[in-house]
Design a protein. Structure first.
Length: 175
């Protein structure tokens, strides 16, 4: 089993994704902050990706998929755009990576991450663990900057997001 990452979707992207009535099966990466690189984030086959976004200071988890393969097409991306036309909007700029996935969920718009989960949510960058920044006492995001991008999650945080996504989140005893 691989690592777990969050992938930030800006509001226009997650609103469009809510209209696609099929499981997540592909994502696109590139060299820009609006479409970050999965390879640069060290995502590999077997890793789990959770799509997240922010609305009115609340963090939402929209869906997930497991990475089957990351392709860097040397020629045209058109084959992938045609094959995954429902998801074409996920490649808005200079796309140079195609993330093919398995175990994708539908995209949900009602999976708010509880404040208690957000307050303890931890990323694992190379420099060592870091909590999500800009979280108020009420468990709201005062700024989305620390979740924008592709970031590796601590195992407990990944389990929390899975629980929220599946609608079965219950705080663990002692946490």
């Amino acid at each position: 089993m691989g690592d777990t990452y969050t992938v930030y979707w800006p509001q226009d992207r997650w609103r469009q994704a809510l209209e696609v009535q099929r499981p997540l099966e592909v994502l696109f990466g590139g060299p820009h902050t609006s479409e970050p690189s999965f390879l640069r984030a060290t995502v590999r086959a077997g890793d789990m990706l959770y799509m997240i976004g922010v609305h009115r200071h609340v963090l939402y988890v929209f869906g997930r998929m497991r990475v089957r393969e990351i392709v860097e097409p040397e020629a045209s991306l058109q084959e992938y755009f045609d094959r995954f036309s429902a998801w074409r909007f996920l490649a808005p700029t200079c796309t140079d990576e195609v993330v093919l996935g398995d175990e994708g969920t539908l995209v949900h718009g009602d999976r708010a991450v509880p404040g208690e989960v957000l307050k303890r949510m931890t990323y694992l960058p190379r420099r060592g663990p870091r909590p999500v920044k800009h979280v108020s006492e009420e468990g709201l995001l005062t700024s989305a900057i620390s979740v924008q991008g592709i970031y590796r999650l601590a195992p407990d945080s990944a389990a929390d997001l899975e629980g929220v996504l599946m609608g079965s989140f219950e705080p663990a005893p002692g946490r």
